[in-house]
Design a protein around this ligand. Structure first.
Ligand code: SAH
Ligand code: SF4
Ligand code: F3S
Length: 437
């Protein structure tokens, strides 16, 4: 029996969690996951479409699989994820990459085992992509990447239509899971040894569960789950960040004092063009409220450089905002034209060299602030949830602080999955060094 599979994941945490579900379903069918694609009978590629480089890497990977398929016709190639929700991608695969056996989308992951059966039994290609999400399918298994922390979807889709973004087209409209389904899933995870959960949604703040349960209510409910130690979430949109959620940071001991709050730009004019529905002042006032209510809260963000029409003045507003907020870390992106989005049609796209030059200035600023903020931790004692040995050195262990900072320290296998006190000895740009006390 040829029953090994490998999954390569290109996208965000939601994509990663979809891969965990795909792996869970295949393991239930008696398949075994392998770390290297060369050892797998079934290759699955879970794609992302958020920027052009993810698209390019995917087609590069598909190209490489042709040879293997020629030598081994029984080798099964499956592709899924956000790229498959776009007809032009499916057309390209059909015409240029005919060795692909299965194409499915983001809304029908639960059908994958059946599609795979069909290919293995009938030797017939399977293409099944749904245009939008139907009812949420509950109870799918997941083979988690980590033992002690878990990704938990609370909602699917996005209704915001930021003008640069493909996600509303690839993930459909917003649908929220029932609060009791989420709470029950979390209780089961805790029974299984999970200490920390990351609640997932493109905009968790617009969660609307049965019985008018909003996102903050959900946090309060989850804060009651015995044995759970930490709650995180990703991502909340500044336009919907409620006072009630800020209060939840104050009142819920399990909610980590850390927030990822994507700003995208510091220029109010560009934010309007992006359809973000807040301006620079509003964003800065939210940050102030958060910092006042939750002393020591750590913050991260996403920033796009080179959105169509961005002037040097607009860009300076972004640098100014970064200096005012002083993020602990920031993901910075070069604007990438996405087919089918409003901004694709905008005039004055920014030349690549200008984008890169601004990008480098932004990264320098972001990194110097990160390094300064991390250096300020020296001498402090932090609670670290230990994840495991580092990839490069078996004596060095890694874990995260409540504020989501990565810490390296000398540890041992007994510490894995526990929260230990670590005194910080060094602050680097992207991590901290410390010693267990
Ligand atoms: N739902 C989340 C973000 C999902 S996409 C939110 O609204 O915050 C993750 C990040 O990718 C975005 O925050 C944005 O910074 C970036 N991104 C999205 N589309 C992009 C594009 N066309 N070009 C460059 N970066 C983009
Ligand atoms: Fe994209 Fe905006 Fe939705 Fe985030 S909120 S997924 S950036 S459209
Ligand atoms: Fe990419 Fe889809 Fe996530 S486009 S960022 S994998 S929602």
């Amino acid at each position: 029996m040829r029953n090994t599979f490998n999954i390569q994941t290109f996208g965000c945490q939601m994509n990663e969690h979809d891969s965990e579900v795909i792996a869970g379903m295949l393991c239930e069918k008696g398949f075994a996951q392998v770390a290297e694609r060369k050892d797998a009978d079934v290759a699955i590629i879970n794609t992302c479409s958020v920027r052009d480089n993810a698209d390019k890497r995917f087609f590069g990977t598909l190209g490489q699989l042709k040879k293997r398929k020629m030598h081994d016709p029984e080798f099964t190639v499956c592709v899924c994820g956000c790229m498959m929700q776009q007809q032009h991608v499916i057309d390209t695969i059909k015409s240029k990459y005919p060795w692909v056996d299965i194409i499915f989308g983001t809304h029908n992951i639960h059908q994958f085992p059946q599609l795979l059966d069909n290919v293995l039994k009938e030797k017939k290609k399977q293409i099944e992509v749904w245009p939008d999400g139907a009812e949420i399918v509950e109870g799918l298994p997941a083979k988690r990447l980590h033992k002690t922390k878990a990704l938990v979807n609370i909602m699917f889709g996005c209704n915001n239509f930021c003008t640069y973004c493909i996600v509303p087209y690839t993930r459909g409209r917003e649908r929220s899971r029932k609060p009791e389904d989420i709470v029950n899933e979390v209780k089961k995870l805790v029974e299984d040894g999970v200490k920390e959960i990351m609640l997932l949604g493109q905009n968790v703040n617009s969660y609307k569960g049965e019985g008018d349960v909003d996102f903050a209510d959900l946090i309060y409910m989850l804060n009651q789950v015995d044995g759970l130690e930490r709650i995180r979430f990703m991502t909340s949109h500044p336009k919907d960040l409620s006072d009630k959620l800020i209060q939840a940071f104050v009142e819920c001991d399990k909610l980590c004092k850390n927030i990822h709050l994507p700003v995208q730009s510091g220029s109010s004019r560009i934010l309007k063009e992006m359809n973000r529905k807040y301006d620079k002042e509003k964003y800065l006032s939210l940050v102030k409220m958060l910092k006042d209510a939750v002393p020591g809260i750590t913050m991260s963000t996403d920033i796009i450089v080179g959105f169509p029409g961005e002037t040097e003045e607009d860009f300076l507003e972004t640098l100014d905002l970064v200096e005012k907020v002083r993020y602990d870390s920031a993901f910075t992106f070069l604007y990438s034209i996405r087919k089918g989005t409003p901004a694709e049609k905008y005039e004055n796209q920014i030349p690549e060299d200008v984008k890169h030059e601004r990008f480098n200035r932004l990264v320098d600023l972001v990194n110097s602030i990160s390094a300064e903020k991390n250096a300020a931790y020296i001498g402090k004692v932090e609670k670290v949830l230990v994840e495991g040995p580092s990839k490069t050195n078996s004596k060095t262990y890694t874990g995260r602080t409540d504020g989501f900072k990565l810490v390296n320290f000398i540890g041992n296998p007994d510490m894995v999955g526990k929260i230990v006190d670590v005194r910080i000895t060094e602050g680097k740009t992207f991590s901290l060094e410390g010693e267990v006390i």
